[in-house]
Design a protein around this ligand. Structure first.
Ligand SMILES: Cc1cc2nc3c(=O)[nH]c(=O)nc-3n(C[C@H](O)[C@H](O)[C@H](O)COP(=O)(O)OP(=O)(O)OC[C@H]3O[C@@H](n4cnc5c(N)ncnc54)[C@H](O)[C@@H]3O)c2cc1C
Length: 397
């Protein structure tokens, strides 16, 4: 075999996995279809300080430190908290990805840009890859699909993917940002069915705005919901000037299998995403840790059999499945809420004692702990919400 490992895709998942395997001395090749790492940007660039630390990327990729959260209900209520710590960081996603790629190269991985893999064939002891526009094939002992939300590798390996996905439309924009330290979240069936809208300020004059849906059959396109978000909040978006736009999807749910003999998936390709927010950067990095750990062990033992590689899935699920499953259940409870229910909940929680609780337990990487606490609290303490949910058959004790 020419390579010990070929990683398809130079996003965070691919570069971080490649770096960790190359550090153990194996021959790693990363193939990226685009000429420039990080482009096109399909991300709002919001991560936790924990994710930043895990990536080991320079702090100069941080564009803004966000300490506050504003949640706008569909019926005009506003929930507003401010922390003394960073709740999240807005990053320059291009620089972030480029730095991860450089770190992978510095660790010994070879990165080839502008190379689109268009097919794989299983051969004895590994895979043979074909590349668009080139007649020469490349072979590897271990194939890692880090090729994102529309993963071709998962299709070639016949690994089934869940149907549910968040479909989003987002822009970088110029506008007067009244509050430069708070993330704004917008809820409502008309502007984000099954999902949420967001506004992330970068400074007084620039921000990222987006929305989308996460339903199997939405009524409209994500652009339509974006326009609704802007139109329904004229006081916030009155002077919005779009600099550039992007769109994209995040797969949500669990893949029954994220491996095969001599092959593994990581990052969005493996559905390693958060069901509530769609955030995938932290999950990709965590996925990369586990993926590379299994890969290194298997390569050292020269055993890339299905049984050996299956320990990747076991390790991943041990780390993240409880959180993912709880977050998915919370998401499903939230989907049962009407706009009126959401409005009631937001008004109920907008009190200093609950602000404290939210700041104490809130964690964008692990939202299910706080989510469960809040749901129980709302249902226990607010008989009106409980009665409304019960009458409409959305809640059973
Ligand atoms: C609108 C939007 C906003 C988002 N906002 C956030 C956010 O604020 N915070 C957050 O944590 N997450 C966010 N996400 C999710 C996040 O962007 C992804 O989870 C993350 O990029 C996953 O990283 P990855 O390395 O798995 O995949 P990607 O970053 O998608 O990288 C995959 C790479 O594979 C390459 N590739 C694909 N096929 C081939 C092929 N055949 N040959 C060669 N190369 C190939 C692609 O060009 C790409 O570079 C957002 C997503 C969207 C769509």
């Amino acid at each position: 075999m020419e390579w010990d490992v070929i990683v398809i895709g130079a996003g965070p998942a691919g570069c971080f996995t490649a770096k960790l395997i190359a550090l153990s001395g194996f021959k790693v090749l990363i193939l990226e279809e685009h000429q420039e790492i990080g482009y096109p940007v399909q991300c709002a660039g919001l991560i936790s300080p924990r994710a930043m630390e895990l990536a080991g990327v320079d702090k100069n990729t941080v564009l803004n430190n966000l300490t506050g959260l504003r949640v706008y209900s569909p019926l005009d209520a506003l929930f507003n908290v401010e922390s003394s710590n960073d709740l999240a960081l807005a990053i320059d996603r291009v620089k972030f990805d480029q730095e991860l790629a450089t770190k992978a190269e510095n660790a010994g991985a070879v990165l080839m840009k502008g190379v689109k893999v268009d097919g794989t064939t299983r051969i004895a002891g590994g895979f043979r890859l074909t590349v668009a526009g080139r007649s020469k094939t490349i072979s590897t002992k271990l194939l890692i699909g880090a090729d994102g939300a529309n993963s071709s590798v998962s299709k070639w390996l016949r690994l089934s993917r869940p149907n549910l996905r968040a479909v989003m439309y987002a822009v970088d924009a110029q506008m007067q940002c009244a509050d430069t330290s708070s993330i704004s979240v917008f809820l409502g069936q008309n502007l984000a069915p099954g999902w949420f809208g967001w506004m992330i300020p970068l400074d007084e004059k620039t921000c990222r705005v987006g929305t989308g849906y996460a339903l199997v059959k939405p009524a409209y396109s994500p652009q339509h919901y974006f326009q609704e978000l802007v139109d329904q909040n004229p006081q916030i978006f009155k002077d919005l000037k779009i600099i550039r736009y992007t769109s994209g999807i995040v797969p949500l749910g669990k893949m029954p299998r994220i491996y095969s003999a001599n092959a593994m998936l990581v990052g969005d390709a493996a559905c390693q995403t958060k069901p509530i927010s769609g955030g995938g950067i932290y999950m990709s990095l965590r996925g990369a840790l586990v993926c590379s750990q299994t890969a290194v062990e298997a390569l050292r033992e020269d055993n890339l059999s299905e049984v050996k590689i299956s320990s990747y899935q076991k390790l991943w699920e041990k780390e993240m499945e409880e959180e993912r499953a709880s977050a998915m259940k919370l998401r499903e409870s939230f989907l049962n809420f009407s706009d009126e229910d959401i409005d009631l909940v937001i008004r109920f929680l907008n009190k200093p004692k609950y602000h404290k609780l939210i700041l104490k337990y809130g964690d964008i990487d692990y939202p299910s702990y706080l989510g469960k606490k809040l749901l129980n609290l709302v249902l226990r303490k607010n008989s009106l919400i409980k009665a409304t949910l019960k009458i409409s058959g959305k809640f059973r004790e």
